[in-house]
Design a protein around this ligand. Structure first.
Ligand code: PRP
Length: 173
């Protein structure tokens, strides 16, 4: 048997209110220019779909699938895209959407890679931020919740690919 849910950390109401707030902040932050919202799969798929429906300005959506190599041999260029966005990045405002920032390694690697595509701006939006990342060079511009340092699942987040579908965010036993 897999692990069981210990407690609900953010319920559906709380998440919906926060996503609405974030959508309004993002709408206000980009008064002009083309906006491309880039979801990092798989974890961001539910957050991204709710978030874009709360953004009241034109935008495009695309996705990234990244593979990282062993964490022990960390280097900032050490990321490979398994799925590269088909949409052009150059000259656009790019908003990279993450479900959770944990060690920050995924983002550090991706931001370097994406900045080479010469976007007009490049920012991060994360629903959850543990604030334990030591090597995150780029600050997270839009943060939903300052998350506890527990193993969190639901609303897209998994444990061994399970729990992604549950509509709230919970910690595991
Ligand atoms: C998880 C999560 C973030 C990343 C955060 O992805 O979705 O992308 O880890 O961790 P970090 O800050 O320590 O890099 P995971 O690699 O588990 O893939 P998934 O999105 O498919 O669940």
């Amino acid at each position: 048997m897999g692990r069981a849910v210990k407690r609900i950390v953010y319920d559906e109401r709380k998440i919906a209110d926060k996503v609405k707030e974030m959508g309004a902040a993002i709408s206000a932050a980009y008064p002009d220019g083309e906006l491309l919202v880039l979801g990092l799969l798989k974890g961001s798929f539910i957050f991204l779909s709710d978030l874009v429906r709360q953004i009241s300005r034109p935008l495009q959506v695309d996705f990234l699938v990244a593979a990282s190599y062993g964490d022990n041999t960390y280097s900032s260029g050490n990321v490979r895209l398994l799925y590269d966005p088909e949409t052009k990045l150059e000259g656009k405002h790019i908003l990279l959407v993450e479900d959770i920032v944990d060690t920050g390694r995924t983002l550090s690697r991706l931001m370097e890679l994406l900045s080479e595509r010469r976007p007009r701006s490049l920012e991060i939006c994360a629903l959850l931020h543990k604030h334990i990342a030591k090597d995150l060079k780029h600050p997270v511009k839009f943060t939903g919740f300052d998350a506890p340092n527990e193993f969190l699942v639901g609303y897209g987040l998994d444990h061994a690919e399970n729990f992604r579908h549950i509509p709230y965010i919970a910690s595991l036993q």
